[in-house]
Design a protein around this ligand. Structure first.
Ligand SMILES: *Cc1c(COP(=O)(O)O)cnc(C)c1O
Length: 517
């Protein structure tokens, strides 16, 4: 079998286990690289020869060929369409990836985001010409503050993790302003998303872990014991990553405030409680909301995201610029705030397209519709838990779950099948795997988030497949799992090597040879 420099099979020839001469499968061919389709010696487009008498590049002319693959338009088009067909997406099937909230993205959102008044404006346009866009941002802010009962919101952070950074920067600015700079410790429960301790550490805080109780919730007494005049804040996820609502969240907030610290809430799971619980009523000081999760924007593979942060009255003066404010001639974009401790944390105004999608989702659902969506998400997760708990092992079985169903790997004990093997087998059945090995407090965790957008029929199909797989694993059919996926375009990848030494650049075969020598 011939291999290219990236170690992938290419072209025709004898292919070990394949049945086709292209090693492709029916209408899903084994997709070559652009450079293997069109060579770099030819161009796929006709450009007129240009007479250049004198260069104006001042000696910076390219000396080497550009090495672009010469493809015609249909070749380029087909390449990307074929690649897209190798990918799994929420538009092609259920995507039960816990914590990531892969819900359906209503097409209405897309239609609104493409309105020329939103999509064709420029961030440097005079404010008088973008009043509609500012009004849209204003309305989104209003919805976010109303849903959370908070005093202010910073729209600009471009992801949940970026929002966490901003929220903790606001807390730091408030404490510096109050002469409390000695507060250098941040409490982070063990069940936290990895971004929480990373954020605190990035800002120079030392992270003090808080153990989880046997029931998966935060140990309130451990929080109280850890509080001291050196503690700046607690970063708590609610609902937490075990899919549980923290029952003593108000007691935790009160203890944190009594110690002079702030309560940062990771609100990435807001989709489970929107319209039902207002986090401001629970005593939070800052919380990011992942618009791409809760209010549906196509996301995954690193973007796009938007993580607005709502702030309590105590932190509102430390919000970053820019923000929208009513002025004498309509809406103003405030770019230099009085105080303005933080300045700006993004270029321009943030993810406008996502603001439009989120507001569209809010307006099309209405307040009652959002509450219904949250309740349906919770219902769907509990349905999965109820249907599967006779075969799967449930770590915190005594409680109804929130929007995620959490299983551990004890049902696989003695089968030789791991959580990873099980997830890979799910790929062969046409599902994206659930979240694996997270939260860390549960051994061999499998975290399933169906979201509200799946029908009962889809949930039943998923549960039937999960059940069949679990019974097959228990019946000793280990091979099916350890060799999975058999039907995916790629089998098991060397994930460590892919992460540590990725090949991100195509090299001319002769250069690659030279490099290898
Ligand atoms: C997704 C998530 C984050 C991070 O959000 P990004 O937008 O991916 O940066 C943080 N915390 C929790 C609980 C999450 O689920």
């Amino acid at each position: 079998m011939s291999m290219n420099n990236q170690g992938r099979p290419t072209g025709t020839g004898s292919i070990g286990s394949g049945f086709t001469s292209t090693s492709g499968s029916a209408l899903l061919p084994n997709e070559p690289l652009l450079f293997e389709i069109g060579d770099t010696e030819h161009s796929g487009v006709d450009l007129p020869d240009v007479e250049i008498s004198t260069s104006r590049l001042g000696g910076f002319e390219r000396k080497m060929p550009l090495d672009l693959a010469g493809l015609t338009e249909p070749e380029a088009m087909r390449h990307y369409v074929r690649l897209s067909r190798l990918n799994h997406s929420i538009d092609s099937g259920m995507y039960p990836l816990g914590s990531c909230t892969m819900k359906h993205n209503p097409r209405l959102n897309e239609k609104m985001a493409r309105l020329p008044g939103f999509s064709d404006i420029h961030p440097l346009q005079p404010v008088s010409t973008v009043q509609g866009a500012l009004e849209m941002m204003n309305q989104l802010s209003h919805w976010l503050m109303t849903l959370t009962n908070t005093a202010a919101v910073a729209l600009t952070p471009k992801a949940g993790a970026h929002g966490e950074l901003l929220g903790m920067m606001a807390i730091k600015a408030a404490q510096d302003a109050a002469g409390q700079s000695h507060r250098r410790i941040v409490l982070v429960p063990e069940s936290a998303h990895g971004t929480n301790p990373a954020t605190a550490a990035f800002l120079g805080y030392s992270v003090k872990p808080i153990p989880a109780r046997d029931d998966g919730t935060v140990d309130v007494q451990a929080v109280k014991n850890a509080l001291s005049p050196d503690v700046a804040a607690i970063m708590l996820t609610n609902p937490n990553t075990c899919g549980l609502f923290e029952p003593q969240v108000i007691e935790i907030a009160e203890a944190v405030h009594a110690a002079g610290a702030f309560f940062y809430c990771d609100g990435a799971n807001f989709n489970a409680i929107m319209g039902v619980v207002r986090p401001g009523d629970l005593g939070i000081d800052a919380m990011h909301i992942n618009l791409h999760k809760t209010f549906s924007t196509p996301h995954g593979g690193g973007g796009p995201g938007a993580g607005p942060v709502v702030l309590s009255a105590a932190l509102a003066p430390f919000a970053p610029v820019p923000f929208v404010r009513k002025g004498s001639n309509g809406l103003d974009l405030v770019e230099h705030a009085e105080g303005g401790a933080l300045g700006r944390i993004t270029a321009f105004q943030g993810q406008m397209g996502m603001y439009v999608r989120a507001l569209t989702y809010m307006l099309s659902h209405g307040g009652d519709g959002l509450a219904q969506a949250a309740q349906d998400a919770v219902l769907n997760a509990n349905y999965i838990k109820a249907r599967l708990q006779h075969v799967f092992s449930v770590p915190f079985g005594d409680y109804p779950t929130m929007h995620e169903a959490l299983f551990d790997d004890s049902f696989l004990a003695g089968t030789g099948v791991t959580t990873l093997d099980f997830a890979k087998a799910l790929i062969d059945e046409g599902f994206h795997p659930m979240t694996m090995y997270f939260p860390l407090v549960v051994h061999g965790a499998m975290l399933i988030e169906p979201t509200e957008s799946e029908s009962k029929q889809t949930l039943d199909h998923f549960c039937d497949v999960m059940e069949e797989l679990a019974l097959d694993a228990k019946a000793g059919n280990k091979e099916r799992f350890t060799s999975a996926p058999l039907k995916a375009p790629r089998r098991r990848l060397d994930e460590t090597r892919a992460a540590r030494s990725p090949i991100l650049k195509w090299e001319r075969p002769d250069e690659a040879l030279k490099a290898a020598e």
